[in-house]
Design a protein around this ligand. Structure first.
Ligand SMILES: *Cc1c(COP(=O)(O)O)cnc(C)c1O
Length: 464
């Protein structure tokens, strides 16, 4: 057939829109969107006729209505979707970091689907403060005098330095000039805040005297940064926070600490190495401590700042605070998670991140065996075994820590591990696995009990 004839066979947009199949789509998606999809698909058809052979052009012409329908479905499908995290990395920044529990999510729904007292003081019938909901709670949990919250910990560091050190200098050890990822670098944040950075000590060793000698009239604060995502080992030395706090106080300036992960419980009780807690920093006399809401704390994305009343009060008045303000989703979810920490005995069960961090290997293995059994029932075209593996905490927390864990390992008969991984990522609920030695591993530490059936069913389809 001539190209010209093929072109003539493309229906006009308004003619196509009159067809019955299109009327059904208009009912579902609305006229404007269907018209747009029809335009885009007929344009695409023209390009195919122009550039491809006759058979391809015919196929595209016949499939036009179906193509419009598929395009509309793709346009209207949410792009942010639930995935099953089978990587074993608990705080996976690419996968949304800390999940909150179903109970917490249910209460969150109740609050955000209606109105709330977000900034309303019900006792006195007047405007209230959005931080008031958890300020008392944060003070009780950490021992600090005051607290506030901004969008994330990067914002918290920016606000703290902008408020307390702009126009002057802040001293930081060369061993702590970290890059966290996502372009967050301490020297850049200092510059952005208007504070000059004065580096002290060396990469591996910083002494008390290094700080002492660097102090001038320009020094507005001392800053300690938790080296979250790396460790310097060997011939090293750093100055304890309490000594730095004393030095700062002797000059009448604040001691600030960016703690990164914000742990509120002693992780050693779960067999992990010691991670400094917020309480310890407050007790050491640090004036302002900031940390993330969605790392080891296990809450929503947030930057939590606790410390001395006078400094927190200045931050609340700083113009940046309005720009870095948290919304009702964050305020509500954060309060719910913090409430769990009041009862330390149950926090490890009720905060999903703590549950995953503290879960022992036999318990993970039991879940792996259960999934393996479900998969064997389905007679997949793959060898299914339960193997030992190691999980990591992730999110730049506890970088050297490895948690003994168990994986369901899939060795497919008719495709490569990479091909299986891609097929798993294309599932209705994508499964994100690990791939090693041409096998696909599902580290079960981060796969919940209530995800097993769905995981088995979907893998059954991929490997049938
Ligand atoms: C993770 C981290 C940050 C950034 O926190 P976000 O909440 O991700 O913005 C800042 N400082 C340190 C030390 C960190 O570990």
């Amino acid at each position: 057939m001539e190209k010209n004839e093929l072109f003539r066979n493309i229906p006009k947009v308004d003619v196509l829109l009159e067809r019955e199949s299109m009327a059904a789509l208009i009912g579902r998606y609305g006229r404007a969107l269907v018209t747009e999809a029809v335009r885009e698909e007929t344009d695409r058809l023209r390009r195919i006729i122009q550039t491809e052979d006759e058979a391809a052009a015919q196929r595209a012409l016949e499939g036009l209505e179906k193509a419009v329908e598929d395009r509309l479905a793709a346009m209207c499908a949410p792009r942010v979707r639930k995935v099953i995290n089978a990587t074993g990395t608990i705080l996976h920044t690419n996968l949304g970091r800390a999940p909150i529990s179903r109970e917490q999510a249910q209460r969150l729904t109740d609050i955000v689907t209606g109105y709330s007292n977000l900034e309303y003081d019900l006792e006195n019938a007047r405007r209230g403060e959005r931080y008031a909901h958890f300020e008392g709670l944060l003070c009780r949990l950490t021992g600090a005098e005051a607290a506030m919250v901004v969008n994330n910990n990067a914002a918290a560091v920016l606000l703290v330095l902008s408020t307390l050190a702009a126009g002057g200098e802040v001293l930081v050890s060369r061993g702590e000039l970290v890059e966290i990822g996502g372009k967050f670098r301490i020297p850049d944040v200092c510059r952005q805040s208007g504070a000059g950075l004065r580096e002290v000590g060396t990469t591996n060793k910083t002494h008390f005297s290094d700080y002492e000698e660097a102090l001038t009239d320009e020094t507005k604060a001392l800053l300690k940064v938790h080296t979250s995502n790396y460790r310097i080992v060997g011939f090293t030395e750093s100055v304890p926070a309490s000594e730095l706090a004393e030095l700062a106080h002797s000059r009448g300036i604040p001691m600030i600490e960016d703690l990164g992960s914000g742990v509120l419980v002693d992780l050693e009780q779960y067999g992990l190495s010691h991670e400094p807690t917020v309480q310890e920093s407050v007790r050491a006399g640090i004036d302002v401590v900031c940390f993330s809401g969605d790392k080891l704390l296990g809450g929503p994305q947030a930057g939590i700042i606790v410390g001395k009343k006078e400094y927190i009060a200045r931050m609340k008045r700083h113009p940046l605070t309005r720009a870095l303000r948290v919304d009702k989703f964050t305020v509500t979810a954060l309060e719910l998670v913090l409430l769990e920490y009041l009862r330390q005995e149950t926090a490890a069960q009720n905060v999903p991140v703590l549950r995953m961090v503290s879960e022992k290997e036999p318990s993970v293995r039991a879940r792996a065996e259960k999934l393996a059994a479900l998969l064997r029932q389905r007679q997949l075209r793959a060898d299914v075994t339960v193997t030992a593996c190691q999980s990591q905490v992730g999110g730049g927390s506890l970088p050297l820590e490895r948690l003994d864990s168990a994986a369901v390992t899939l060795d497919p008969w008719q495709m490569s591990a990479d091909a299986l991984e891609r097929a798993m990522l294309a599932l209705p609920v994508p499964i994100v696995p690990r791939v090693a030695e041409d096998k696909v591993l599902l580290d079960m530490r981060t796969v919940a009990e209530d995800e097993l059936e769905l995981t088995a069913r979907m893998l059954g389809e991929v490997l049938a």
